[in-house]
Design a protein. Structure first.
Length: 150
């Protein structure tokens, strides 16, 4: 598990380097592991109208949904911090916001998997791993609308 986790964190860190975050200066990258072993990444994209900002997890999930892979998600890594040269700084793991937890839940329910979520610090010194159900207990999703059979 550690090799997969570390590879996902590295992919998320690489994605964070491409974030568009001129307002907050806080770069976030996400890497999604699919059932077939592919990794899809996303980075945060800010907007002058702050409410239109897209989180890294949202951009990555949108990519897999667009490709028809919404039911293939098994694991996620998230990295965030302030850029300093070619590195990210920040010593606390970055957790997905509430909106992203809900977005991830949609894909997780479609995948019929309680996905692992690896939350890493910008400096790489700290990682916290959770099941999505720990981060979003009693989630509302497709199952509540009768869209996912048991």
């Amino acid at each position: 598990m550690t090799d997969t986790r570390d590879a996902l964190i590295d992919a998320a860190r690489d994605a964070a380097s491409r974030a568009y975050a001129p307002y907050s200066g806080f770069h976030v990258g996400a890497a999604l592991l699919l059932k077939n072993g592919d990794v899809v990444t996303g980075a945060n994209v800010e907007n002058a109208s702050y409410g239109l900002t897209l989180c890294a997890e949202t951009t990555a999930v949108a990519k897999i949904a667009n490709e028809g892979w919404i039911g293939e998600l098994v694991e996620v890594a998230i990295v965030g911090g302030r850029p300093e040269g070619d590195t990210l700084i920040g010593s606390d793991p970055v957790n997905p916001c509430g909106r992203c937890r809900q977005i991830l839940n949609e894909a997780a329910e479609r995948s019929k998997t309680d996905i692992l979520v690896h939350c890493a610090s910008g400096d790489g010194g700290a990682v916290a791993t959770y099941r999505l159900s720990e981060l979003l207990p009693a989630a509302f999703g497709p199952k509540d609308l009768g869209m996912i059979p048991d």
